[in-house]
Design a protein. Structure first.
Length: 135
């Protein structure tokens, strides 16, 4: 849970260690809750000299909504704010191809509130990040 902060920070569980000069396929599934007063923002971050070559980000607000899909081709393109006028649960799914340069490190799912508020936002347990090194 996070409250009273708009600063993106890595989730301690949704993190993947990556080796220098390698390539990975990464998949992420996040279940979350946000109150309307806070909203939810997220991004993917990786080590210096790494990049996202291609991928897809999809999010779904509730059972009645139509999924929103977005092509991702950089860490910056993974930055999304989920804005709502009511409390909501959502599911976010990402899959992408990451190329790691000379620096090893981690690829992290980062999240925070859009508007700082004591009302907590949640990433539910059971959310996961999986990966496969392919080169």
């Amino acid at each position: 849970t996070r409250g009273s902060t708009t600063t993106l920070a890595a989730d301690p569980v949704l993190v993947v260690p990556v080796e220098a000069n390698s390539k990975y396929l990464i998949r992420l599934l996040v279940s979350l809750y946000t109150p309307a007063v806070s909203d939810f923002k997220m991004a993917i971050a990786g080590p210096a000299s790494s990049s996202i070559q291609a991928g897809k980000l999809t999010y779904l607000w509730d059972a009645a909504s139509t999924p929103t899909e977005k092509y991702i081709s950089s860490y910056a393109s993974t930055q999304v704010s989920l804005l709502t006028s009511s409390d909501l649960a959502a599911v976010v799914e990402m899959s992408f191809y990451a190329v790691i340069g000379a620096n090893a490190g981690t690829i992290d799912f980062q999240w925070a509130q859009v508007t700082s508020n004591p009302s907590l936002v949640y990433v539910h347990s059971g959310s996961y990040m999986e990966y496969k090194k392919i080169a």
